[in-house]
Design a protein around this ligand. Structure first.
Ligand SMILES: C[S@@+](CC[C@H](N)C(=O)[O-])C[C@H]1O[C@@H](n2cnc3c(N)ncnc32)[C@H](O)[C@@H]1O
Length: 201
């Protein structure tokens, strides 16, 4: 058993949290918010009909879109309520309940490696600190040889960007590109958000 993520602790303390989170995104979608920015970047990184893993997929807002574009999409998330919502609202991709720190998709019959692993929406910021390197290492074991992981999270969530860069190396990944937004603006010393593209070292 691994140290639980901050998200798991939050839903233990507040069982309605997941429902509010699901509803918030539904309302944003109804109000015309653009919820697909990350998916557009991922689509640009993937071959046509690519294999995409959404690590910490939540209620599946990226997965339905990527599936509709013809990719084979797997979403994994530790929150069963969010996975149930993804299955209902964005059918098509394969969804799995699981902690990224213990992820082994072969246990679910998923043998293929991924062209792109995406972790959007601060998933990485919710990880228990003791699991960070292990999660990144498992991203590496699930990537195809030429595959890339794209990971986005904000400052001020207890995971310093400098620590993340060090963890990437420890986990056997290489930072290929650091950006400050999903629309590809360069990362600088003043950036308050990081979008990191990593490959296997
Ligand atoms: C803010 S939500 C983002 C959801 C989705 N990526 C998005 O952008 O819409 C953070 C997600 O990270 C998931 N998460 C946090 N820690 C996790 C872990 N250790 N393993 C799997 N999922 C995790 C949560 O369950 C939650 O769905």
């Amino acid at each position: 058993m691994v140290e639980p993520s901050r998200w798991s602790l939050m839903i233990q303390q507040d069982p309605d949290h997941s429902r509010r989170y699901i509803d918030r995104f539904k309302i944003m979608a109804m109000n015309g918010h653009d919820l697909l920015g990350e998916a557009r970047t991922v689509d640009a990184m993937a071959p046509r009909g690519g294999k995409i893993l959404d690590a910490g997929c939540g209620p599946g807002r990226l997965d339905g879109h990527l599936h509709a574009l013809g990719h084979t999409v797997v979403g994994i998330d530790v929150d069963p309520a969010l996975i149930a919502a993804a299955e209902e609202d964005y059918p098509g991709p394969r969804y799995v309940v699981g902690d990224l720190a213990e992820m082994d998709l072969t246990e679910h019959g998923i043998e293929d490696k991924f062209d792109v692993i995406v972790s959007a929406g601060n998933v990485i910021g919710f990880l228990a600190p003791s699991t960070r390197v292990e999660v990144l290492r498992r991203f590496g074991t699930h990537l195809a040889d030429e595959g890339r992981a794209i990971i986005g999270f904000g400052a001020g969530r207890g995971y310093e960007f400098s620590d993340f860069f060090a963890d990437v190396e420890t986990a056997g990944l290489r930072l290929d590109l650091a950006l400050e937004s999903w629309d590809l603006r360069p990362f600088t010393a003043e950036s308050t958000f990081l979008v990191a593209i990593c490959t296997k070292a």
